[in-house]
Design a protein around this ligand. Structure first.
Ligand code: HMG
Ligand code: MG
Length: 284
């Protein structure tokens, strides 16, 4: 049997958060319900952040309330602080994610605080989630290049990975937020990160701004990573990362992995339908 690689679907959260047009809740629910049929085990559908910072995600509770939950699928939400965690818990998110930065410049732009302050805010979220039995995923953004601070030292990424690991994150997703990573810089970053966490607790989250996401996935596969984040239709971007284009498209990653002989368990026909729906949801 061929080896399994899991794709974690980001479309409804990372994919849509940056869209200018405020997308009606019903459209978001329809996308999630379609994605639920594609074979994903995890779909990130919501973000309990300040609606002033990310207006598109303001209806996250309604989205979680409106979707038809499929057995075996975990529906995840971003939670930057306790207020976000309380919202995600009340909306019955199956897992939550805390998201830190490897650079001070991006931390300030995205979370309005230093890296250290963000970790202080995440700690009670991780503790509460543990007490409530809710799994916590961690993200580290700008793992190779930052729109504010430039090239990022691998040791800076490894430090934040270690902090999130110590808080109890079951997996840490490594974000090339602005899609400027290269196989060599991703590989160098992984050399340091793998000293802190084994590959089966890491994921690659590569935006495709420069068209190198698949090459960066290959570099990560070579290091043993078997989980990758992607968004149907290649939607996405981060409102606080100038130049951040879409996440790598789920359809492209699934096809690439299949060509390499990996199994993703995804239904390509449903994915194509979801990709078309996602692209239609885009603002003009
Ligand atoms: P702040 O302004 O410093 O926060 O923002 P504050 O604590 O001073 O609160 C200001 C206001 O926000 C208050 O309301 C709070 O109640 C409210 P007011 O009194 O002014 O009416 N507030 C909240 N409302 C709803 N939910 C909350 C919440 N917290 C405070 N959870 C804050 C700090 C963290 C809130 C803000 O910076 C924020 O929301 N940032 C999120 C930015 C974001 O969502 N970025 C995109 C996601 S990250 C990403 O895309 C990267 C990733 O994909 C990986 C990669 O690609 O690298 C994960
Ligand atoms: Mg992202």
């Amino acid at each position: 049997m061929s080896e399994v690689v899991e794709i974690v679907e980001m479309g409804p959260r990372d994919g849509l958060q940056n869209e200018k047009r405020i997308i009606p809740t019903a459209e978001k629910i329809a996308l999630v319900d379609l994605l639920s049929r594609a074979g994903f085990r995890r779909i990130e559908v919501a973000s309990f952040v300040s609606p002033k910072w990310v207006p598109q995600m303001a209806d996250s509770a309604e989205v979680l309330a409106g979707i038809t939950r499929r057995a075996g699928v975990r529906y995840a939400a971003l939670t930057p602080n306790m207020k976000g965690y309380e919202g995600a818990k009340a909306a019955h998110a199956d897992e939550v994610a805390i998201f830190a930065s490897a650079s001070e410049g991006f931390s300030k732009a995205n979370l309005n605080c230093t890296i250290a302050e963000s970790l202080e805010r995440f700690k009670p979220v991780a503790d509460a989630a543990k007490a409530d039995g809710i799994p916590v995923r961690g993200y580290v953004s700008v793992v190779t290049d930052c729109p504010y601070d430039g090239r990022i030292a691998p040791s800076a990424v490894a430090r934040v990975v270690a902090d999130l690991r110590d808080m109890g994150c079951y997996e840490i997703s490594l974000g090339d937020t602005i899609g400027q990573g290269r196989p060599e810089t991703v590989d160098a970053m992984l050399t340091d990160v793998l000293n802190e966490l084994p590959p089966d607790r890491l994921a690659g989250h590569y935006h495709d701004t420069a068209g190198r996401a698949l090459a960066n996935i290959d570099a990560s596969l070579a290091r043993g990573i078997r989980v990758f984040d992607a968004a149907v239709g290649g939607l996405g971007g981060c409102p606080y990362a100038p130049g951040a284009a879409g996440n790598v498209a789920t359809e492209a990653v699934a096809a690439h992995l299949a060509a390499l002989g990996y199994q993703t368990g995804l239904d390509m026909a449903v994915l194509a339908e979801a990709g078309a729906l996602a692209r239609n949801m885009r603002g003009a």
